[in-house]
Design a protein around this ligand. Structure first.
Ligand code: ADP
Ligand code: MG
Length: 552
């Protein structure tokens, strides 16, 4: 039996790790399962290149609760460790065996999916345990198993063990304060949150499966059952596959897997897949949007090599796309670092602009391939697109080709189409294009009718941010201005025909004029007692566009 001191430069690093390394106690399980996964993936890699002369088989990871002994066990069938390796990898805090492995096997292992990074994950066990044991047997022949025990002080013991099968068992003696981690429901919840899509099957208990009744069974006979391993994860989630291997239905069923409580189907998806200059995969979904900009509960989830990290993707995904759903997986996003650091990180910036570009490209292809369908979806997606046009200039440039401007009559124009349709009629004295719009079809009905009678197009722009978008268009496009149908600006449009019709007699006009003057302030409104067409109301009160916008 060997005895020694853990080799750390800072005397009491444990209390520090326990308190400050991770804000969340619960991530210890994610870290230990990540290590078990790495150990298994390393074995997979070594067998595939012929360096390990053992059968890889169908290894799984098991999580077990032993309530009688207050212990939680994480058991894998991976490469295991020799006693020397325990000394090297475990006793040296902040030495990452994962990084060493990736370094040693370089190119051949770069796609192996190895998770570990900083050589600190293992010690997160001490956040919930006052004693940790490792029982491990290396895949190497004739290496005895080793048993390491440590109570959270820098002292440890290392002795031989009689374990015969390859792999590692980590035993956590859970502290009184953390007893919750001995509850099946708690562990189940954590496994679903962090490990649902990890690449090696994870067993947690068993479940009872109903089998088909044997032939000739009677109606009243109960169907036979059998106990099978309860595997909590899907090791091959859709985003790790090639888009060409997936059907539309596969994307939909993956959406249901991600958000089991979401009953509405997504409108469409975007499969992200890039490996240069950074590595990123994922699937984004456009859900049906409402005008409600509140943060939603079902958010984009960030993964690193299939390990859940967070569903707060602020800083990684451009803000206007945080309304989407789905997953992003990248080993290149620095984890466990502050958000402000993330925003300044070069790789993260590139990721963000890549995502913006992919989303714009997808929208463009949907528009090009099936315009009718795109128009049908417009109301559900416009909020994201308009918000994106306002906040990201790159997106604005791309969206110009597919952003739609619906008319009150249900026609949909792109900006260029709109321009061509109205340029002949809707220009004012200064040759400025005047784009008319209504924000409420019912309230502005008579103004809309009157404008239409003059041969003008009236857009229906009613999303909450559209006034900002109009301002953006007015400053971006040359010589245009928006005017609401009930603004007096309309009168400045070039008119082909100046004959005005009135439903009122001269006498009525005079009386009404005098009456209106007393109730309506002339500096704020314009009263018009004639209309261009006979269908319109007998008189119209308009308000200058600038006055109206001032109120918003
Ligand atoms: P990292 O995973 O970032 O390398 P950890 O502190 O999580 O750092 O783990 C340290 C090292 O201990 C690992 O790199 C690995 O070499 C070794 N190790 C931890 N858990 C296991 C395991 N279950 N099987 C084999 N080796 C392990
Ligand atoms: Mg680790």
């Amino acid at each position: 039996m060997a005895k020694g001191s853990i080799n750390v430069s800072v005397e009491n690093i444990f209390p520090l790790i326990k308190k400050f390394l991770y804000s969340d106690h619960e991530i210890f399980l994610r870290e230990l399962i990540s290590n078990a996964t790495d150990a298994t993936l390393k074995l997979k890699h070594l067998t595939s290149i012929g360096e390990a002369k053992v059968a890889y088989g169908n290894p799984q990871i098991e999580v077990k609760i032993d309530k009688d002994n207050n212990t939680l066990h994480i058991i894998d069938q991976g490469i295991g460790m020799t006693a020397e390796e325990v000394e090297k990898y475990i006793n040296q805090v902040a030495f990452s065996g994962a990084e060493e492995f990736l370094d040693k096997y370089k190119d051949s292992a770069k796609d192996s999916g190895i998770i570990g990074h900083f050589g600190l994950g293992f010690y997160s066990a001490f956040m919930v345990a006052n004693k940790v044991e490792i029982i491990t047997k290396s895949y190497l022949e004739n290496e005895p198993a080793a048993h390491w025990t440590c109570d959270g002080s820098p002292e440890f013991t290392l002795e031989p063990h009689d374990k015969t099968e390859r792999g590692t068992e980590i035993i956590l003696h859970i502290t009184e304060d953390d007893k919750a981690f001995l509850e099946e429901s708690k562990i189940s919840e954590l496994l679903v949150k962090y490990n649902k899509f990890m690449p090696i099957p994870i067993k947690f208990g068993t479940k009872t499966e109903t089998l088909p009744k044997p032939e000739g069974a009677k109606e009243e006979d109960p169907a036979p059952t059998q106990d099978v391993d309860n595997i909590i994860n899907n090791p091959n989630p859709a985003w790790t596959k090639q888009p060409t291997d997936l059907e539309d239905e596969d994307y939909k069923s993956f959406y249901r897997e991600l958000y089991p409580m979401q009953f509405e189907e997504p409108l469409f998806h975007i499969h992200l897949n890039v490996d240069y200059p950074f590595n990123l995969t994922g699937i984004l979904y456009f859900p049906k949007m409402t005008n409600d900009l509140n943060v939603q509960k079902d958010r984009i989830q960030l993964y690193q090599n299939q390990v859940f990290v967070t569903d707060n993707v602020e800083g990684i995904v451009p803000e206007f796309l945080t309304m989407l759903r789905g997953v992003i997986d990248s080993p290149d996003i620095p984890l466990n670092v502050s958000r402000s650091y993330l925003q300044a990180d070069g790789a993260v910036k590139k990721i963000s602009s890549y995502i913006t570009r992919k989303v714009a490209d997808k929208l463009k292809s949907l528009f090009n391939n099936n315009r009718e369908d795109f128009e049908k979806k417009w109301d559900d997606i416009k909020i994201v697109i308009e918000y994106g046009m306002l906040s990201e200039d790159k997106f604005f440039e791309k969206a110009d080709a597919f952003a739609l401007y619906p008319t009150v009559d249900g026609k949909y124009y792109t900006y260029d189409e709109l321009y061509n349709a109205i340029k002949a009629k809707q220009t004012d004295k200064d040759d400025k294009l005047v784009i008319l719009y209504a924000s409420n079809k019912e309230e502005q009905h008579s103004y809309i009718e009157s404008a239409k009678a003059k041969g003008y197009e009236v857009l229906l722009l009613d999303s909450p941010i559209v006034s900002h978008l109009m301002q953006k268009l007015e400053t971006t496009k040359e010589n245009i201005s928006f005017a609401r149908v009930d603004a007096d600006h309309i009168d400045n449009l070039i008119k082909k025909d100046d004959t005005k019709i009135s439903k009122l007699s001269e006498e009525e006009k005079t009386t009404l004029d005098e009456l209106l003057k007393t109730v309506i302030p002339a500096e704020k409104f314009t009263v018009q007692l004639e209309a261009m067409d006979s269908d319109a109301a007998p008189f119209i009160i308009t308000q200058p566009e600038f006055m109206r916008r001032m109120k918003e």
